[in-house]
Ligand binder design. Structure first.
Ligand SMILES: Cc1ncc(C[n+]2csc(CCOP(=O)(O)OP(=O)(O)O)c2C)c(N)n1
Length: 376
């Protein structure tokens, strides 16, 4: 396996002086190194992968230097526009190095939401005119980095390193000290348990990407209700859960619709809040579980604790806006919002972390969709 610290130092030695991206679990050991080692101002965790490509382009315009832009292959879709209409050699011809976590690689076990994207990732890169090298645990990473950086510079265009599963050994960097969320006591799961206990009538729940959907599924399993509830687990399509919920709510105005969002996911496509506020769906409850982190892929920080989500929701036009961080207030707010006829927003500040042995929903997502449609 590749030592992530050595990999990071090799990137630096080949002229990479700026790092940005959206975290991915396959890359989390390298991201720990980058986060712990980069000087202030030379590492930015971006809202989405398109922003990261644009940021890397801006860095090149200012310095003439290559930036490393890291992402999961599911984020390639977000990045295609700036890759093709900004950095491509037929436009501004801007070099950058992409480090892509290859989820859903053929013949490697992975979750269904990664399989279609994983199968086409190499072809997609070819189609996008992005030369790439595949990195695995036995690669000579130093010469691979040297080669891809040279290609990016000589073509003055993006080049990529496609990183397979289990490539990096554990980082020696201790995880980020979570000084900012020490005071938080509620977990994501606690809030979802309160929500389930508070529901009286029918409701359709749309739950965000990552641990949250697995936790909701597990809570339902423990209550013996799997398959008999209208839970839509948005296991892929990060950042889009609130618009799936909105699309549903606009066609089912009498139904209570609950969207469980994450801070990283909400920030990824934050324009969604503006659209929901102006669409004014009825009986729409948007619950944001803000842990200030991308907990599901390694706990890398988001700006979730630095921004005022309730003020943003209010400014976007949400009618009832609450924020809390303890169980009693969460229960009171959730009960109040579940009675509200309009569109409401609740931020609950939660700690990171999940229970041991968290289950995964079964892989039959089309069946889950049918169950959702039958029970909602
Ligand atoms: C487009 C895209 N980029 C990146 C990912 C990888 N990813 C999966 S979950 C996740 C973190 C979600 O963070 P947040 O919404 O704050 O929820 P938390 O994990 O903290 O509960 C990331 C980055 C993805 N699935 N899709």
């Amino acid at each position: 396996m590749i030592n992530p610290g050595e990999f990071y130092r090799s990137l630096r030695s080949h002229g990479i002086d700026f790092f940005c991206g959206v975290p991915d679990s396959l890359l989390k050991e390298v991201l720990l190194e980058i986060n712990a080692t980069c000087e202030a101002g030379s590492h930015f965790i971006c809202p989405n992968e398109g922003n990261a490509v644009a940021l890397a382009a801006g860095h090149f315009l200012a310095s003439g230097n290559l930036a490393l832009c890291y992402l999961q292959n599911s984020g390639l879709g977000n990045a295609v526009n700036p890759l093709m209409s900004l950095c491509h050699s037929r436009v501004y011809s801007i070099p950058l190095l992409l480090l892509i976590g290859w989820r859903g690689e053929p013949d490697v076990t992975d979750e269904p939401q990664h399989l279609a994207q994983g199968a086409i990732t190499p072809d997609l890169l070819r189609l996008l005119d992005i030369p790439f090298e595949i990195l695995n645990a036995s690669s000579n990473f130093d010469s691979l980095i040297a080669e891809t950086a040279k290609i990016a510079k000589s073509r003055s265009a993006p080049a990529a390193i496609l990183s397979t599963k289990n490539t990096f050994s554990p980082s020696e960097v201790t995880k980020r000290a979570k000084s900012d969320d020490n005071a938080l006591t509620l977990s994501r799961e606690d809030v979802m348990r309160i929500l389930i206990e508070s529901l009286s009538g029918e409701a359709a729940i749309f739950c965000t990407t990552g641990f949250a959907s697995r936790e909701l599924f597990q809570l339902r399993q423990e209550s013996g209700k799997t398959g008999k509830v209208a839970d839509f687990l948005n296991v892929g399509a990060m950042g889009h859960v609130s618009h799936i919920a909105l699309g549903y709510a606009l066609s089912q105005p009498t139904k209570r619709v609950i969207c469980i969002d994450g801070d990283g996911s909400a920030i990824m496509h934050m324009g969604a809040l503006a659209a929901i506020g102006s669409a004014r769906p009825s009986r729409f409850t948007h619950i944001l579980l803000n842990n200030g982190a991308h907990d599901s892929v390694g706990g890398q920080p988001t700006c979730g604790f630095k921004i005022d989500f309730p003020a943003i929701a209010r400014a976007c036009g949400y009618e009832n806006v609450h924020s809390c961080s303890d169980g009693a207030s969460a229960r009171t707010s959730i009960c109040a919002l579940l009675e509200s006829p309009g569109h409401s927003f609740l931020e609950v500040r939660v700690k990171t972390g999940h229970r041991a042995n968290l289950v995964r929903p079964p892989h039959e997502f089309q069946l889950l969709k049918e169950e959702f449609c039958n029970f909602s």
